[in-house]
Design a protein around this ligand. Sequence first.
Ligand code: UGA
Length: 368
Amino acid sequence: MRKILVIGCGGYVGSHFLDSVLAYPEVDVIGIDPIDSKISGHLDRPNFRLIRSYLHNPEVEAELKDALSWCDVVINLAAICNPAEYNTQPLSVIRSNFIDGYPLVDMCSDAGKWLIHYSTSETYGRTIRSYLGDNGADDEDLYLLEEDKTPLIMGPIVNQRWSYASAKQLMERYILAHHFEKGLPFSVVRPLNFFGPRMDYIPGRDGEGVPRVLACFMTALMDRQPMLLVDGGMAQRTIVSIHDATRALLLMLHNRDNAIGQAFNIGNPNSEVTMGELAEHMRRLYAEITGDQSYLEHPIESISSEVFYGAGYEDCDRRMPSIAKAEQRLGWRPEINLEDTLRETMRYYHAHYVEGVSTGASSGVAAE
Ligand code: UGA
């Protein structure tokens, strides 16, 4: 896979992919993104060309078609993927995650190009267990998310939180339908909380709004405001290093035949925390990073989801991935533990936002 077209290359995941893949001089990349602040260090590389645009801009249609006929593989990372927007701007969320993207699927299908599409673990929605109450509480099968087995369970349509998961789910179904009827070669990635440098933005510094939990907690620490636990912080997430996640993508590119026709969970089952535990880990690590022991007692408070996100929010209670398929087909396993992932990420935020070290600027756009 030497000629790669990356849609949304300027976002968080794209920027880390470029860091890795552009180190191979035999690989050429064309990227599409209107924003380049996270990839500014790559703009002069001979094996990279950036088309500064959104995917759906009609002015780049011809250029996109040329790039598509040139490439061996298309990676689509473009998305709005920030929960604070799912219930407040559901139209933009549905547009970004389905309407803007489906013409690309058509084009890949017509051209017979391999499409690697970044979906989400949110397509699973909530766990079966969360609807069963205490019945079956100890049955791990009711938690484990398996790509080709687990049903997708969302709350009612009035809870706009599910606008994102529904759009992503429909896109996966559209891709699979193209594969079924027209032979589209595809792979789907379902990310489970990739953490690392350059994720999201810090409100009031280089973006506005409510970012994902990592940046929310970092903002609270840096501004000496309480870390807020939505609905008590009982929700559980597995956290995987962005570097492990990037390696999974590289392995897909190296193992085309094993990757094609499959959806893969990319997450770290050994790094599961409640949001309450995450807040405690982070304040302890921030005391270590800053040398300021007062952070050990940094306030952690609870807040209702209605107040924090507004009406129509509903949470995914737990996301425990099976990664057996990625292990068997790609030879991938996460190698970086939670502590090291958090330490690296928090050092980056501290260096970038508090000490003003130039570390590759962030932007206010949340992208996969
Ligand atoms: C989001 C996206 O919707 C997923 O598509 C994506 O895969 C995932 O991020 C990711 O980073 O990979 P989610 O994990 O729900 O999913 O997003 P966060 O905003 O990071 O929230 C995680 C949990 O922290 C939620 O329970 C949320 O309510 C809670 N939270 C968030 C807090 O307790 N405090 C905060 O300040 C912010």
